[in-house]
Design a binder for this molecule. Structure first.
Ligand code: SF4
Length: 374
C-alpha cells in the first residue's frame, strides 16, 4: 500500500482502524461512510480490502446476454425494457431464434450466457425449460446464468409449483447459476413506488436462500440513484450480508446505477460519478463476506468502472454482447466490448486482467476455444 490513510472527517478514522484490523462494520459505520464526502478516504479503505483479497487481479469474462422476451405483466416505474404484450416494440423469441441468437455474430467463444427477461403472461414454464435444455445441448461448455429471483418466483406461480420445485426443474434443465437482478432496494417504502408489482424484498431473499440451498450460486445487486436514501442502502447491504453469513451462496455484489431515461421516473437526475464510486467502495467495506465487487461498465460507463478498480471493485463484468435492458433506459455505452478492450481498461488502471468463467475459474484461451482451470 503506497499511501497512508488520511482524512479530516473525524467519523472515518475509527472506521479505518476497524477495516485495517479486519473487523466487521456496523450499521452506524455504514451510514457514516455514506454521509462523508471524503471519497478518497473511503476509497483508501475499500482499496485496502480489495488488495488484501485480490492483490492487483481484476476479473472479467466473455459473455453474451440473451433477453428472450421483453413482454412483462409488471409495470415497474424503474423500467424502460418491459412492454405490454400488444405494445409497439414488444418481442418474444421463438426457441429456435433464441438458440440462433446465442450462436450468432461473435468470433470469441463465450463462456457464459446471461439470460433474463420480462414476466410474460402466456409463455408456459416448459418454454423456459426447453430454452435452457436446448442451449445446454447446443453449447455444453457454456455456463448458463439464468433468471432473476423475480422471474423464478413468477415462473413458480405460473407453473403452480413451489420456489424449490421450480428451481429444481430449472437446475435439472441446465441452469448453472442465477444472476443478481431484481433485488433493487429491499425497503418496502421504496419498492412500493419503483417496482410495486415485483416480489417484495423478503421474497427475493427467500428465493435466493432456496437457490443457495440447492447448490445454485447467485449474484446480488442493488439499484441506487432513484428515490432511496442512505438508510435504505445500508438496510439493503446488511440484509445481503446476513443471508451470505447463512448460505455463503452469493458470488458477487453489483451496485447498479439507475438510468431514468424512457422510464416513468425520467424526471429524476442520473447518478453522479461521486455516488457511483461511493456505492462501489461502501459495498466492498460492508459486504466483508462477499468475495467480489463488480463495477458493471454497461451502467457505470467504462471510464467510471475503470476508476472503480482503485475504489474496491475487482471485477468489470464481461464483453456483454447485445445488452438491451439498460440501453432501452438510455445507456450510451457500447452494447459490447471486445476482450482486448476490457484488458486495456484494466491494465491502464494498473491492474492485472484475469479472464474468468462464471465461477471465477481462470480461462485459458487460444484463438477460437478455451479451457477452464479448476
Ligand atoms: S423491471 Fe423486470 S419485472 Fe419490472 S417491468 Fe421491467 S422487465 Fe418487468
Amino acid at each position: 500500500m503506497a499511501h497512508t490513510f488520511q482524512t479530516d472527517d473525524v467519523r472515518l478514522a475509527p472506521i479505518a482502524a476497524k477495516v485495517q484490523a479486519g473487523e466487521r462494520l456496523t450499521e452506524e459505520d455504514a451510514l457514516a461512510l455514506y454521509a462523508s464526502p471524503d471519497v478518497l478516504a473511503i476509497g483508501w479503505m475499500a482499496n485496502f480490502v480489495r488488495e488484501k483479497r485480490h492483490g492487483n487481479k481484476t476479473f472479467f469474462n466473455v459473455n453474451r446476454h440473451i433477453n428472450p422476451t421483453n413482454v412483462c405483466v409488471a409495470a415497474c416505474r424503474l423500467c424502460a425494457f418491459g412492454r405490454k404484450k400488444d405494445s409497439a416494440g414488444a418481442y418474444t423469441m421463438a426457441l429456435e431464434e433464441a438458440w440462433q441468437a446465442a450462436a450468432s455474430g461473435y468470433t470469441e467463444a463465450v463462456t457464459e450466457f446471461h439470460i433474463v427477461g420480462g414476466l410474460h403472461p402466456d409463455l408456459p414454464f416448459e418454454y423456459f425449460l426447453d430454452l435452457i435444455a436446448g442451449l445446454k445441448q447446443r453449447f455444453p461448455q457454456v455456463h448458463l446464468k439464468a433468471f432473476t429471483m423475480v422471474e423464478v418466483a413468477f415462473l413458480a406461480k405460473r407453473a403452480k409449483l413451489s420456489i424449490r420445485q421450480t428451481l429444481e426443474k430449472l437446475k435439472l434443465a441446465g441452469v448453472d447459476s442465477l444472476p443478481g437482478g431484481g433485488a433493487e432496494i429491499f425497503a418496502d417504502r421504496v419498492r412500493s413506488i419503483i417496482c410495486d408489482h415485483k416480489i417484495d424484498g423478503a421474497e427475493w431473499l427467500e428465493t435466493a436462500r432456496t437457490a443457495h440451498q440447492l447448490g445454485l450460486r447467485s449474484n446480488a445487486t442493488m439499484l441506487y440513484g432513484h428515490i432511496e436514501n442512505d438508510e435504505d442502502r445500508v438496510d439493503h447491504l446488511l440484509k445481503l450480508r446476513a443471508l451470505q453469513d447463512e448460505t455463503g451462496g452469493f458470488q458477487t455484489f453489483i451496485p447498479l446505477a439507475f438510468h431514468p431515461d424512457n422510464t416513468p421516473l425520467r424526471h429524476l437526475s442520473k447518478t453522479t460519478g461521486m455516488l457511483d464510486i461511493k456505492n462501489i467502495a461502501i459495498g466492498r467495506l460492508v459486504l466483508d463476506n462477499f468475495s467480489h465487487i463488480k463495477a458493471y461498465w454497461q451502467m457505470l460507463t467504462p471510464k467510471i468502472a475503470q476508476i472503480a478498480l482503485r475504489f474496491g471493485a475487482d471485477d468489470l463484468d464481461g464483453t456483454v454482447i447485445e445488452e438491451k435492458i439498460y440501453h432501452d433506459a438510455g445507456a450510451t455505452t457500447p452494447q459490447g466490448l471486445r476482450r482486448s478492450e476490457l484488458e486495456r481498461l484494466i491494465r491502464e488502471a494498473g491492474r492485472e486482467p484475469l479472464e474468468r468463467d462464471t465461477m471465477y475459474h481462470p480461462v485459458i484461451r487460444n484463438e477460437t476455444s478455451f479451457t477452464v482451470s479448476v
